[in-house]
Design a protein around this ligand. Structure first.
Ligand SMILES: [Zn+2]
Length: 221
């Protein structure tokens, strides 16, 4: 029987590390996509992508780096626009400025295109509802709608987008990473530094909170 083919959206962060570990544990045939959309930490993230792929023995033919300079040209996000500072406030009610407009749909469209090409069964994405702080493309209803689109618009009959960690908290994600012996030291969360985590941005603060909640030291610090 053919193995279940899964395309991972692997940014090198803790969430995408965990989905990689979960798909690996399930015994899937793994493929990995990295998107370079001019994010401020793209070099570091790409380095983590390669190291995580190496760790899970995803060979070079099953990895793709897709260049999305257009997203940087469009701007509108603190992740891609050098004129917008990364916010450091976790409790805001509005969508944070790290939101990249319509990004996940662009990511998923390209992943679906790749899925049709290799006849994949799943696209797995590490979207997390709680930590998304209001990103509309991290909500379960968004993924249900996207799966409807695949059914109508794609040639892959059985393809599905899977969001296995969407309802987990950051500390649950971290705990599961530890349980599955996922290499946390190879992951990167900071939105603005490529050398040492800044410990100021939303993403660093969420990561630090999770490590403190499970009473563990971050191997990056
Ligand atoms: Zn940071």
């Amino acid at each position: 029987m053919n193995k279940h083919k899964t395309i991972l959206l692997l940014s090198g962060g803790m969430d995408s590390l965990l989905i990689t570990a979960l798909a690996h544990q399930r015994g899937d045939d793994l493929y990995a996509l990295f998107y370079d959309y001019g994010q401020k930490t793209n070099k570091k993230e790409k380095d983590c992508f390669d190291k995580i792929c190496d760790h899970y023995k995803i060979d070079n033919n099953s990895r793709k780096v897709l260049n999305l300079d257009a997203l940087k040209s469009i701007g509108g996000s603190s992740l891609t626009d050098s004129n917008i500072d990364v916010e450091v406030e976790l409790d805001k009610k509005s969508i944070p400025n790290s939101y990249v407009p319509f990004r996940n749909t662009i990511f998923l469209s390209l992943a679906t295109s790749y899925a049709e090409t290799i006849n994949a069964n799943s696209i797995m994405i590490g979207a997390v509802l709680e930590d998304s702080l209001g990103y509309p493309d991290c909500r379960p209803e968004y993924y249900a709608t996207y799966n409807n689109l695949i059914r109508v618009a794609s040639t892959c009959d059985a393809l599905k987008v899977e969001t296995p960690i969407i309802r987990m908290t950051k500390s649950q994600i971290l705990f599961k990473c530890v349980e599955l012996k996922a290499p946390l030291e190879l992951s990167w969360s900071c939105y603005q530094s490529e050398t040492k985590p800044c410990n100021e941005c939303d993403s660093c603060l969420l990561r630090a909170k999770a490590f403190s909640e499970i009473d563990m030291n971050d191997p990056l610090l």
